[in-house]
Design a protein around this ligand. Structure first.
Ligand code: KG4
Ligand code: ZN
Length: 333
């Protein structure tokens, strides 16, 4: 089965063709981030307009790269229906429904976070469930137990800021443009993570996260130390976030008896988090699934992978399914 998947929940217009495996036949990502940096964040209206301009060329390119340039049609068309910016989502959802209608093939709506869950499944064929996945993106931080494809339990999530949000806010305070995560990652390379001891919030003996405390602590530090070393602040902040994520993710593997740990979401592209996960996995003898960096950040291939699993269990969505800006992961089950 070939699925054409479309992703347009935030600032990336993406299309991919994915087939059984799941195997990526093509994946095209066009970002409008350059249009947003001077505003310090994604401007919804600007993102929507950029999606309108990019969507047709991106889909055409994805089909051509998959060898489907001559009017061949996929078996199913999938699109992210949420969570995300409503105007942005509607561009991808409308395009997908239009194509499905025109081709006479089924449409399926996919939860963006469910896509992130499957990033590593596109690159590894040896993944076994139950699996713990640490999902860390711009708006979400959660630990998800995948009991089997399509059957999830959210063991914990952030009670305030998401990990990516904390990275972006701290980066902004350090003078970096949006999105700041990659800049902190880079700046931290030259810093010492032990210079400043930022708090490691472990709310309760559960799997929830809280990152607003460490963010505030960095802000206070910057105010009290105007001559701060950017690299040391970046490295020390990053180390505090990574410590919490790694501690809880591995504890979840141990407590659930999962077969392994996978990472997903934009923050999973972070070098310190990836290195710490590798060290801890080797130390504890845990099987680790680390997607490549381009698979961690937003793309449509991961939406195609989720669509393959979901289509097999639930079938098509029907064209009446709406875009839902605050769609919960559980709502797609
Ligand atoms: O998953 P994603 O691409 O989009 C959402 O669904 O939100 O995640 C974007 C987030 C941003 O907060 C960005 O700063 C962060 O991922 N990010 C990183 C890195 N690359 C992206 N954070 C830390 N280190 C990185 N290398
Ligand atoms: Zn995302």
């Amino acid at each position: 089965m070939k699925i054409l998947a479309i992703e347009s929940s935030c600032d990336e217009t993406a299309a991919a063709v994915v087939t059984d495996g799941p195997t990526v036949l093509s994946s095209v990502v066009s970002s409008s981030i350059d249009l947003h940096t001077r505003f310090g964040g994604v401007v919804p209206e600007v993102a929507s307009r950029a999606h309108v301009e990019a969507i047709n060329p991106v889909i055409t390119q994805a089909l051509a790269q998959a060898g489907m340039g001559n009017g061949d049609k996929p078996d199913v068309v999938a699109a992210t229906i949420g969570p995300g910016l409503i105007g942005a989502l509607l561009v991808g959802v409308s395009a997908a429904k239009g194509l499905a209608l025109g081709w006479g093939v089924p449409f399926i709506g996919i939860n963006h976070m469910e896509g992130h869950l499957y990033a590593s499944w596109l690159e590894r064929t040896d993944i076994e469930t139950p699996l713990i996945t640490l999902l860390v993106s711009g708006n979400h931080s959660m630990i998800v137990l995948i009991k089997s494809p399509g059957d999830y339990e959210i063991l914990g999530e952030t009670i305030d800021d998401a990990a990516g949000e904390a990275f972006d806010k701290v980066a902004r305070a350090l003078g970096f443009p949006y999105p700041g995560g990659p800049h902190i990652d880079k700046a931290a390379e030259a810093g010492d993570p032990q210079v400043i001891s930022f708090p490691r919030a472990m709310p309760g003996d559960n799997f929830d996260f809280s990152f607003s405390g460490v963010k505030t602590s960095v802000m206070n530090y910057l105010r009290k130390n105007p001559d701060f070393e950017v690299a040391d602040v970046a490295a020390s902040f990053q180390a505090a976030v990574v410590d919490v994520l790694i501690t809880k993710a591995f504890r979840a593997v141990e407590q659930t008896g999962a077969r392994g740990l996978a990472l997903g979401g934009g923050v999973a592209a972070n070098s310190a988090l990836r290195a710490a996960a590798e060290v801890e996995a080797a130390r504890q003898g845990v099987e680790l699934f680390l997607p490549s960096r381009s698979m961690c950040t937003d793309n449509a291939a991961m939406i195609g992978a989720a669509a393959l699993f979901r289509f097999a269990t639930d079938g098509p969505s029907g064209l009446e399914v709406p875009a839902v800006p605050r769609l919960r992961l559980a709502a797609a089950q």
